[in-house]
Design a protein around this ligand. Structure first.
Ligand code: F6P
Length: 411
């Protein structure tokens, strides 16, 4: 299943990363992959560094990366070609977007890759990461590189020195991507500036937009459902009911919890009363998103699950059998929800302050899947209980999760 279902063309694109070490290429590749996978595009990252570590061990000194070291150069080329072979094989078996994560800093290397990729009938777009901000490089080395298996057991100052020597070797051979090499996106200082050259088509354009919004500053994202509504009490779907007494008590507890955390988040709610009522005791400005409204149950709106089962057994069975793609009559499917959440995701990526999202079960399942890189077919079943704050804090290549169940306080 692909997000591009319904669109005539088949998309098969190799996104080839380019850039010196410690320029955030892996971070970018993984974030792009997570985004595309969430949209239902069959996406995979091929990291050449992992091939090197698996095949010749992780403890290679900086001299291994010296462009004048013929053995090192041959070994690196061999690993690069192995990863490329695997990626091409994966495309042949139905892959849609492959991210080829390596430095690819010489024109000769890129030409070899491009020739093979094009010979397989695939599009190629180079994604080059350039960092002019020394602080970004330093923090990238300290936050990610020192934790690589390459430096296990090495004192941090020695590891930094070795990694800087490795970068210097690459710098000597580096040739930035030129306009005559084809389509590329050049990201400078993690989104401060972005150059898009010969970017055409739906998916590459979306990629540019995504990269424009990406940043690497860690900040937390908290997700919670609204407090219990009167419909939750009756097991009724949809509608626009108010909070129950227990739901109002949760809203009070949530406000106390947020105040105690010392964090002042941006607060996002849906347009529905139950999320706005949950946000009210926070006393913070909040923004309403129509895109955060609960899955539209169409003709089943305001029915109980038991009503649906007895009055519309075929609908009940169809949903049970394929909850991801099932669309309520005149309503939505989970896939529809995922697609309409895309602007929310882009705004979440762009935002640098902590965000508290107060929304609904189906919507939060979809957001959680994005943030935690869970497959689309898991989305309809992810547990997102009432009265629980899911606190997500970014770590190197993902998010750390803490679930805080809140007792309803005094109503
Ligand atoms: O039951 C509460 C609710 O938010 C409904 O409004 C919505 O239809 C439902 O959850 C979504 O969960 P599921 O997809 O499991 O029915």
């Amino acid at each position: 299943m692909s997000a591009l279902d319904g669109r005539a063309q088949t998309v098969r694109i190799a996104l080839v990363m380019v850039g010196l070490p410690a320029r955030g290429k892996t971070h970018m590749a993984r974030r792009v992959a997570r985004y595309l996978r969430w949209l239902g595009v069959r996406t995979r990252v091929f990291n050449v560094g992992n091939y090197r570590r698996q095949e010749i061990g992780s403890h290679q000194p900086a001299a291994f990366f010296d462009p004048d070291n013929p053995e090192g150069k041959a070994a690196r080329r061999r690993m690069a070609m192995r990863a490329l072979d695997d990626m091409l094989e994966w495309f042949a078996s139905g892959g849609e977007v492959g991210l080829y994560d390596a430095t690819n800093t010489t024109r000769a290397r890129r030409e070899t890759i491009a020739a093979r990729v094009r010979a397989h009938g695939l599009e190629i777009v180079f994604v080059e990461s350039v960092c002019e901000d020394e602080r970004v490089i330093e923090s990238n080395i300290r936050q990610t590189k020192l934790h690589m298996p390459d430096y296990a057991g090495v004192a941090s100052d020695a590891a930094v020195a070795d990694f800087r020597a490795r970068i210097a070797h690459y710098e000597r051979a580096y040739e930035p991507v030129q306009e005559d090499e084809g389509s590329f996106v050049r990201v400078i200082d993690v989104g401060r500036k972005l150059v898009a050259h010969r970017i055409q088509g739906y998916l590459p354009s979306r990629l540019v937009y995504f990269l424009m919004n990406l940043h690497v500053e860690p900040r937390s994202i908290w997700l919670t459902r609204h407090g219990q509504s009167t419909f939750n009490v009756e097991d009724r779907v949809g509608g626009d009911p108010p909070l129950s007494p227990a739901g109002r008590a949760f809203a009070a507890s949530l406000a106390a919890h947020v105040r105690a955390s010392g964090v002042t988040p941006r607060v996002w709610t849906s347009t529905l009363a139950r999320t706005r009522e949950t946000a009210a005791p926070l006393g913070l400005p909040s923004e309403e998103w129509r895109a955060l409204d609960e899955i539209d149950a169409g003709d089943c709106d305001e029915l109980t699950y038991a009503d649906i089962r007895s009055r519309m057994p075929a609908e009940h069975a169809a949903r049970r059998d394929n909850k991801l793609t099932y669309r309520y009559p005149r309503g939505e499917s989970y896939l529809d929800v995922i697609r309409r959440l895309e602007p929310v995701i882009l705004e979440l990526e762009r935002e640098r302050r902590p965000v508290l999202v107060i929304a609904h079960q189906a919507v939060l399942r979809a957001l959680y899947a994005y943030l935690m890189d869970r497959a689309p077919d898991e989305v309809p079943y992810l547990p997102v209980p009432l009265h629980t704050v899911i606190e997500l804090t970014p770590i190197t290549y993902g998010c750390e999760e803490r679930r805080v169940p809140l007792e309803p306080g005094p109503a």
